[in-house]
Design a protein around this ligand. Structure first.
Ligand SMILES: *Cc1c(COP(=O)(O)O)cnc(C)c1O
Length: 428
């Protein structure tokens, strides 16, 4: 059996030495993988329970057109999301075009001129800086008289309680808590840590809205931020909760009045959640959510496999090979552009789609250096599918994430190492 597996990999260009090293690393991870499977099992049952309680039925899987009034499938999916996240309500729509849009709708729907946003985990995600107006953009919230403050985490990654207490004022309306570190260097927040800060800020200002940017965190733990007091949790359907099947979309789950306010912003005052045709996408939303706990587990295993492979070769990985995970992003610091290029070539060469193309660095709008990206995804830009990107500048770190199945994530990492070995970029 084992030998035939090796033959398969070798037929795709993996050397025996790469295969043997990777197999040895993987063997040591099996007990950790078991823990991840246990979390996935609990989340899977949670999702099935939500579907059963919503009485999800075959007729929900067909879509509506036009205004989309009385779209039972869309409403059932939203009921299921609310049940999974244990919230009063949910807005789950393909008219939300990405994660940034979902966050924008949640913020703009709930803020009024004179209000202030406070980010308690430091810098917000790049695209949100434009939305808020930290970076000047047309139509930003700043243009509507909404202000922004941020308090950084302390150097050891803990909350700056005093700084947060001092920053909260009469105008503070929304506390923004970004769960995943994104492309920042700080650690990703655990759900427990998020619960801790929500309790703290509510003790100072009980009516403040705690909104969590949940991107890349869904189903990594048993609990979601909404289980520990978040008033709104927001994310993208082409990441974890879409399970690789959702072709577009975003979600906003939380307290009924805040979800409604967001809906009035997404559609119009007066219409809110009542309209918005699903165009048949409810099937992928529901089936994707059904698969999401297992898909997230696969991506997590891939991330842990990668950090162990590359840490074993002497590279710095973030998070490191041993620590507990709170999102699916893995960074590897290569220190040299050729290594970044080879890594990305390997990820691309292992893809099911566009495996024959070679990724090249390019000057992407909005970035201050060239960026290289590897992705061979069924859904364009989907980052729950195996993908990697890297700004071509110091410290030459690659960020990669996803993998709808663990074997694919594993193959991608093996192929990345294969390319590095072939180009003689490491002593081996
Ligand atoms: C992906 C992501 C977003 C939203 O990004 P989109 O590309 O607009 O979907 C926001 N915050 C974090 C932390 C993310 O990882």
């Amino acid at each position: 059996m084992e030998d035939r597996l090796k033959d398969y990999y070798m037929s795709l260009g993996i050397d025996e030495k790469v295969y043997d090293y990777c197999s040895k690393v993987e063997e040591k991870l099996l007990s950790r993988f078991r823990e991840i499977d246990k979390t996935a099992e609990k989340n899977q049952i949670k999702v099935i329970k939500a579907m059963q309680e919503a009485r999800l039925a075959e007729h929900h899987l067909y879509g509506s057109t036009g205004y989309g009034y009385n779209d039972d499938g869309r409403d059932a999916v939203e009921k299921i999301y609310a049940a999974v996240f244990h919230t009063e309500d949910a807005l789950v729509r393909q008219q939300i075009i990405c994660g940034t849009h979902a966050l924008t709708v949640a913020l703009a729907g709930n803020l009024r001129p004179g209000d202030e946003i406070l980010s308690v985990a430091g810098k917000v995600y790049d695209t949100l800086e434009g939305v808020i107006g930290v970076r000047k953009e047309k139509g930003s919230l700043a243009e509507y008289g909404i202000t922004f403050q941020q308090v950084d985490l302390r150097p050891d990654g803990s909350w700056d309680y005093e700084g947060i207490r001092n920053a909260i004022n009469a105008h503070t309306k929304i506390i923004e808590i970004q769960r995943s570190k994104g492309y920042d260097v700080r650690p990703t927040l655990s759900v427990a840590m998020i619960g801790d800060i929500i309790t703290f800020v509510k003790s100072i200002k009980p009516d403040v809205i705690c909104m969590v940017d949940n991107c890349y965190g869904e189903f990594v733990e048993e609990q979601e931020p909404s289980d520990v007091g978040a008033d709104l949790v927001v994310g993208s359907l082409i990441k974890n909760p879409g399970g690789g099947l959702a072709p577009i979309g975003g979600y906003i789950c939380g307290r009924k009045e805040y979800v409604e306010q967001a809906a009035y912003r997404l559609t119009t005052p007066g219409i809110g959640k009542e309209a918005g045709a699903s165009l048949g996408v409810s099937r992928q939303f529901a089936q994707g959510l059904f698969l999401a706990p297992n898909v997230t587990a696969s991506a997590l295993k891939g991330a842990i496999f990668a950090s162990n492979i590359y840490e074993g070769l002497g590279f710095k990985t973030v998070p490191d090979a041993k620590v507990e995970r709170h999102d699916i992003i893995q960074a590897v610091e290569f220190g040299r552009p050729e290594l970044v290029q080879a890594f990305c070539e390997g990820i691309q060469a292992a893809a099911p789609v566009d495996s024959f193309v070679t990724p090249e660095p390019w000057a992407m709008p909005g970035y201050d250096s060239e960026v290289i990206m590897a992705a061979g995804a069924f859904i364009s830009g989907s980052s729950i599918e195996l993908s990697a990107d890297a700004p071509m500048k110091e410290p030459y770190a690659v960020y990669f994430q996803g993998g709808l199945t663990y074997p694919h994530a594993k193959f991608g990492i093996m192929m990345s190492l294969q390319k590095i070995v072939e180009k003689k970029l490491i002593l081996w």
